[in-house]
Design a protein around this ligand. Structure first.
Ligand code: PLP
Length: 378
């Protein structure tokens, strides 16, 4: 039996008219910044309840462009967390700034905001928290600090489309919010894609120029920009999928509830989540924590469960960033999580029988069973 981690193609089965529309679009001959892109930007802005969206090629580009429109320069510092995906920190470096890492909270796996505040100095320009695995980072303290000290808050919401705190979508707390539409994401293109949202008309104007080689009006290039525009086919895919996002996120939360219920007696811990609180976790990933992680992974894989480690090497120990002089032991919670977290299959259409099978496999590992309970028919 195989429990797949992803099932990208199944989402398209819902859209019978989609291929006809796509074919009409291709016949039309308008592929770059066509009205499909403007339409998706308007759709996503409405969904986020945010004034503006600029769509770009990837989530990494979204972060680079966000830092560039804030005029981040060499020597400026951007504070982010040590347990994020490489792209967050690569984007800071590619924008020309210096990443400053902080450790994360033991229970939420999110930026330790108290530690982040201690790292502010005269070079700090931006806080860049990551809503990791789909869980919203607490924003109030960071927002207050930004207001008081004239800093910018930019959110990496690449894993948290649609997540909410007290009814407000993540990405809309900071001056800019960055999203990825990589096929693995909660809102997924049929390829790469990204976007930045903002409430500020001046930043939207600059973002639109910076993603298109700095051009404002035909042949008038006022910035040194990038060439990173979401393509029209992906915009169309995303507009088709967007109305389903809240339902898919609720299905993800239901999968998470079932996992937690079935695994609660085992020696595992989970990312903190109070289902009753006013937090809507988007459950991009569902992680379990155990000090026997590597053996559990091997056991699950041998039982056909497509579990995965996100992320086995924290940022400060990645060769790409060795120039920054970070040392082993410097961010102990991030290091522990890198050794102890394992992500179980998580997608909206995971069946109860697949969850049962996965949980039975996890239980058989801890209970020392040789085989596992035979799952019901899938
Ligand atoms: C936390 C985080 N930030 C940024 C990115 C970058 O997105 P993309 O892969 O679209 O460049 C990702 C994507 O995996 C991510 O998980």
């Amino acid at each position: 039996m195989k429990i797949q981690r992803y099932d990208y193609a199944s989402q398209f089965e819902l859209f019978q008219e989609f291929m006809a529309e796509l074919s009409a679009m291709i016949q039309s001959g308008h592929y770059v910044l066509s009205h499909e892109v403007a339409q998706f930007e308007a759709d996503f802005a409405r969904y986020l309840e945010c004034s503006f969206v600029s769509a770009v090629n990837t989530g990494t580009d979204a972060i680079i462009c966000a830092l560039k429109v804030l005029d981040v320069r060499p020597g400026d510092e951007v504070i982010t967390q040590a347990n994020t995906f490489n792209a967050t920190v690569a984007a800071i470096c590619l924008a020309g700034a210096r990443p400053v890492l902080v450790d994360v909270d033991e229970n939420s796996f999110l930026m330790d905001t108290k530690e982040a505040l201690t790292r502010v100095n005269s070079k700090t320009r931006v806080f860049l928290p990551v809503h990791l695995y789909g869980k919203p980072t607490p924003m109030q303290e960071l927002m207050a600090a930004c207001e008081k000290r004239g800093l910018h808050l930019v959110e990496d919401a690449a894993q948290a489309h649609g997540a909410r705190v007290e009814g407000q979508r993540v990405g809309t707390f900071g001056v800019l919010g960055c999203f990825s539409f990589h096929p693995s994401k909660n809102l997924a293109a049929a390829g790469d894609g990204g976007a930045i949202c903002t409430a500020r008309a001046d930043l939207k104007k600059r973002l639109d120029a910076i993603r298109a080689l700095g051009q404002v009006g035909q042949n008038n290039h006022i910035y040194v920009g990038y060439n990173t525009k979401l393509d029209s086919i992906q915009a169309k895919v995303l507009s088709w999928k967007l109305p389903m996002l809240d339902k898919w996120n609720e299905q993800r939360r239901e999968v998470a509830r079932m996992y937690r219920e079935r695994l609660s007696d085992l020696p595992l811990s989970f990312q903190a989540w109070d289902d009753k609180k006013k937090e809507e976790h988007a459950f991009h990933l569902f992680a379990v924590r155990t000090d026997r992680r590597d053996q559990l992974l091997e056991h699950l894989q041998s039982n056909g469960v497509d579990a995965v480690i996100r992320y086995p090497v924290p940022i400060h120990l990645q060769p790409a960033f060795s120039d920054f002089g970070w040392k082993k032991g410097q961010f102990p919670v991030s290091e522990a999580l890198a050794c102890e977290l394992l992500c179980l299959p998580m997608r909206p259409n995971l069946k109860e029988s697949e969850i049962d099978y996965t949980c039975a496999s996890v239980a058989s590992f801890f209970k020392g069973n040789v085989g596992i309970a035979k799952a019901r028919n899938l």
